[in-house]
Design a protein around this ligand. Sequence first.
Ligand code: NAD
Length: 507
Amino acid sequence: MDTRTSIAPHATEICTLPFLVPDYVNGDFAVREYHNFIDGAFAPSPKGDRIIVTNPSTGEAIATAPESTAADLDRALEAATAAGPAWARLPAIQRAAPLRAIARLIRENAEALARLITEEQGKILPLARIEVNFTADYMDYMAEWARRIEGEIIESDRANETIFLFRQPIGVIGGILPWNFPFFLIARKAAPALVCGNTIVIKPSEETPCNAHEFCRLVERAGLPKGVFNLISGRGSTVGNALASSEKLGMVSFTGSVETGSRVMAAASKNVTKVNLELGGKAPAIVLADADIALAARAIRDSRVINTGQVCNCAERIYVHERVKDEFVGRLVTEMRRTKYGNPLLDENVEMGPLINEAGFRKVDAMVKEAIAGGAEALTGARRGEGRNGFFYEPTVLLNCRHEMPVMRREIFGPVAPVATFSDLDEAIALANDCEFGLTSSIYTSDIRAAMRACHEIRFGETYINRENFEAMQGFHAGWRKSGIGGADGKHGLYEFLQTHVVYMQH
Ligand code: NAD
């Protein structure tokens, strides 16, 4: 998601979602009750347990969502299966029309949706607005592909024969989502899936189901045939696992942690279901001695505080050339220290919100403490954000981090910048590559030869040179090693949602 160029153009539009308006106008966050969206309608929720959604800035309950059962999931899968053939038969340009309608409705409701995302996920409002508008742009972008899906004609070895390679829909897609960019991830799964002629069942994260249920209210108004888009909320270990295990699924497209991704892959293997996995990262940022140090410090700081450091592709470990260590670290500490954080719904000027939940907070704090016990030096932060009820963690800089420390090897997912030094580019590239993750990476240098070497030798799916880590929708976001299988965005991401069919025609 490009956070620099995707400025929220509709942020001041009047909220038209009737469900949301009273809550925000009155400042009265009454606990709302959400329902699954199956076969084009909101389904009466099961009377059983409900997921309680909390605001991570305050710890207060704001909404409940169904803890769905296997029977609920079956109904959603049946609806998606039944809707499939008619949807697939439509010309792609007709499938694109409801996507554009959803994009328009998202923009009309941008401010209400952004506030809801901030409330349940904790990101600052400007970032939530970018997420919402980027989601609308993404729906439009994928709709554009309707006239660009292409097959091939292949030369035959035989006389009077033509070989056609068709690209055809896979069937029912299961989309399992994380909580960090919850609204955008709906579009990242649903938009390419639907324009390609598939139907979909989405399971949002139990941390952030509200925005997904509100998305369904837009789907309801967008003219999508019933059953094409379904949403079912529930726990990962039950509904998520049942979805990935289902024989009705043509592909499961999962975004989340490596641990869960590997469980999803195991569940899908029972039916040899295709998997598309977008997993965690441990992005190295390499700062060479000839870099623009001010730019590097600012971009890396932004990378650590955006979404409170809870972004799969942001710089998670920093290697700085020993000659410029003092200048770089000095600037980074200054930038991190002056980061204003707090409850983003109460103060629009904060630059950082809370971590997602208590478990996330404990994980970050434990990794920081472990690093300090192992010899790292905390130059700032390394503690709970003071005087606040939510899951706030102070922006932290750790110096003298060693390669074997967990803080340099495992995903932190918090506003923590662990720093190590290197003496030449060979060493920096070797340190960067010695990692089980392979999602993104970045390098700061004014030497084109060093930059080109990094392009060839850094073994990651994405590399950013002299800029912040954020992908474009027309690129291809695909991790190497444990960071995933397949990818998302652009032409290559779209084609993940199609399968080939080769026809040999004698004539
Ligand atoms: P998570 O793995 O805990 O959960 C993701 C989803 O999986 C949730 O909806 C959860 O309910 C579900 N789930 C849990 N157990 C399951 C099971 N056994 N079977 C099926 N589904 C199950 O991840 P998270 O904490 O929500 O998200 C953070 C992670 O996502 C980080 O590791 C981050 O790097 C990664 N992420 C990756 C990308 C990418 O594009 N590569 C993008 C965003 C987030």
